[in-house]
Design a protein around this ligand. Structure first.
Ligand code: O7M
Length: 222
């Protein structure tokens, strides 16, 4: 599980080299609880580059490859991700029970957390029609938590009321996509995932501090 200190997860969607990435992350590390990396970065610095990042930056790393293939491929990827020093990964609920179960078991044995994507910050209408099923699926498979969109506050509240306090809710879509900083947590999420509002800012530290301030003092969230 991600340890919560600030409530902020950085979506580190950049095409920078390893050196610049490490410098940036070390400069903001005290303000964030985890670093989410994904396809963009993997395709830029490669697996070796990702390994260098996890070796050099003392932070929880969440791999967002939105894994949703058949069972054996999911399992291969889980094992590779583990080898890169990753602490948690994200899977697509839409892959279904049979394709998720083995990989989730393998991940748990390796000590890698699995977070299940069950609704999307834009689109994702097939997910929203099957919210109850996907939440129950994740709980029965033993995931650590769920991805719930900051742009859909009713989904955040609904999922929290379904899962109680034993699952972590991570909420993307804050800032550029329209979710108000602080409001996903006010509505029941544990973490807000933020990328461009921090990364593209003239002052990333100040941008992150502003979001932390909103998390501590949420205003007009509905
Ligand atoms: O803050 P942004 O808009 O620059 O970036 C948002 C990040 O959250 C980006 O890394 C997306 O891949 C991710 N995300 C969404 O934007 N919407 C979703 O529905 C789900 C995710 C996500 O994190 O899925 C695991």
């Amino acid at each position: 599980m991600i340890q919560r200190h600030t409530g902020l997860v950085l979506a580190f969607d950049v095409d920078w080299d390893v050196e610049k990435s490490i410098m940036f992350l070390n400069g903001i590390s005290d303000l964030i609880d985890a670093v989410k990396i994904g396809w963009y970065q993997l395709l830029t610095i490669g697996p070796q580059g990702i390994k260098e990042l996890t070796d050099s930056v003392n932070k929880y790393f969440l791999a967002d490859f939105k894994l949703g293939d058949v069972a054996h491929i999911n399992e291969y990827v889980v094992r590779k991700v583990y080898g890169l020093g990753i602490n948690g990964l994200i899977m697509h609920a839409v892959a279904g029970r049979d394709n998720l179960a083995t990989a989730i078991n393998v991940a748990r044995k390796l000590g890698v957390d699995v977070y299940l994507l069950i609704s999307m910050s834009s689109g994702g209408e097939l997910y929203d029609r099957n919210l109850d099923y996907n939440v129950s699926l994740g709980m029965s498979l033993g995931v650590s938590g769920f991805i719930v969109p900051a742009t859909k506050p009713n989904v955040v509240r609904q999922v929290r009321s379904m899962v109680g306090s034993n699952y972590q809710l991570l909420s993307p879509g804050v800032g550029v996509q329209g979710g108000k900083p602080g409001c996903a947590i006010a509505n029941g999420a544990d973490f807000e995932i933020v990328g461009r509002s921090i990364i593209n800012s003239e002052s990333p530290r100040q941008a992150a501090l502003n979001i932390l301030n909103a998390i501590r003092n949420p205003i007009s969230c509905s």
